[in-house]
Design a protein around this ligand. Structure first.
Ligand code: GTQ
Length: 342
């Protein structure tokens, strides 16, 4: 039975003062703040960042702030529920839009949080992770897992822009976030694993257990994702593919998960309510999503978010491709991931 709990005002002032002096506080007036009934009460609010608004701001940052002064030239997408400057887009997901100009490098560092790059615009950029050079073409997903050295470079002729998704809020909350800097890495003279070892689904190189890599493939080329989605969509409605470790089939990172979705022109997708928060990035297409009654009209390269347990309906007005970022791997580890039907 739900009981009305006592409030602070029920307590005499001298008792409240004595508690404050002793460094304690009563639980019961705050109980429902931390343990609401039935489902969480998220602080996070749906956000929508239109790329045509972000792009000029990012290019201006390129004029105003040399990469040496920024280390990473990024505009942070702040959760509207927490306000501008919030270093998170949802409870667990950090998003930033990063610019690298031709010839620039972003210095090598390693940090405890994991990052994923979703390529938004331009060609010729690359990320080096543990000596492996990962080309970044539009739509590619590139992993820089926590604890792996990484730097970014750009051999092309035009600005490149990508979306960073990090599990940074979690690491900040845990007081576990820190970085180390180092020299640019030597690059192995060999194409990345997606081009050599994992060219076909279901086939992985025969290896000795001793040489097993924790992150065997760190680049997921869009050139292969889109045909896979189109083939699935041709035989069903909405197609959605998980990004997985090609050796184990497990999620690509310990805390964050990623899917690629295709909604054909005219398709509607009504996923179950999920205990995860999510971010959606439109690789290309046009449509709208209704998130808890809030309509978001999205187009190419836009990004939007949904808090935990959101009611979400997507509708595509043309063939549309989205990447969904979520925190189900973390929730699976904590043992509370949940879906509810609508
Ligand atoms: O590229 O390593 O958006 O360390 C935030 C922190 C990007 C990066 C961000 C980072 C990076």
């Amino acid at each position: 039975m739900s009981q009305q709990l006592g409030t602070l005002d029920d307590l005499p002032q001298d008792y409240r003062d004595d508690m404050t002096k002793a460094g304690v506080a009563p639980l019961w007036p705050m109980m429902r703040n931390v343990l609401p009934h039935g489902q969480p009460q998220p602080v996070t609010k749906t956000g929508h960042w239109k790329f045509d608004k972000l792009r000029p701001l990012l290019l201006r940052a390129g004029e105003l702030t040399p990469v040496e002064k920024a280390e990473r030239r990024v505009l942070v997408l702040s959760d509207p529920g927490r306000g501008t400057g919030a270093m998170q887009a949802t409870s667990s997901i950090y998003l930033g839009m990063q610019l690298l100009l031709p010839g620039e490098t972003a210095p090598a560092h390693v940090h405890t949080p994991s990052a994923v790059r979703i390529m938004v615009e331009g060609t010729g950029a690359y990320t080096v992770v543990d000596g492996e050079r990962l080309p970044m073409e539009e739509g590619d997903l590139v992993l820089t897992p926590g604890g792996e050295w990484h730097d970014h470079g750009h051999d092309g002729d035009n600005p490149v822009i990508w979306l960073d998704a990090l599990d940074l809020p979690l690491f900040v909350y845990l007081e576990g976030s820190y970085a180390k800097e180092g020299p640019l890495q030597a690059q192995r003279n060999r194409p990345d694993a997606s081009q050599v070892e994992y060219l076909a689904a279901g086939l992985a190189p025969t290896r000795s257990r001793v040489s097993a890599r924790k992150y065997p493939m760190m680049r997921y080329p869009w050139a292969r994702t889109e045909p896979a989605l189109r083939a699935m969509a041709a035989h069903g409605e909405v197609a959605e593919l998980d990004y997985v470790n090609p050796e184990t089939g497990a999620d690509v990172l310990p805390t964050m998960g990623f899917t690629a979705m295709m909604l054909g022109s005219g398709d509607t997708d009504t996923p179950p309510l999920r205990s995860t928060s999510s971010a959606f990035h439109v690789i290309k297409g046009k449509g709208h999503s209704i998130i808890n009654g809030h309509k978001i009209e999205w187009t190419n390269k836009d990004t939007f978010t949904a808090p935990v347990f959101s009611e979400i309906t997507h509708h595509a007005e043309e063939d549309s491709f989205l990447i969904r970022v979520h925190d189900r791997p973390l929730q699976d580890r904590l043992g509370y991931y949940e879906e509810r039907s609508r």
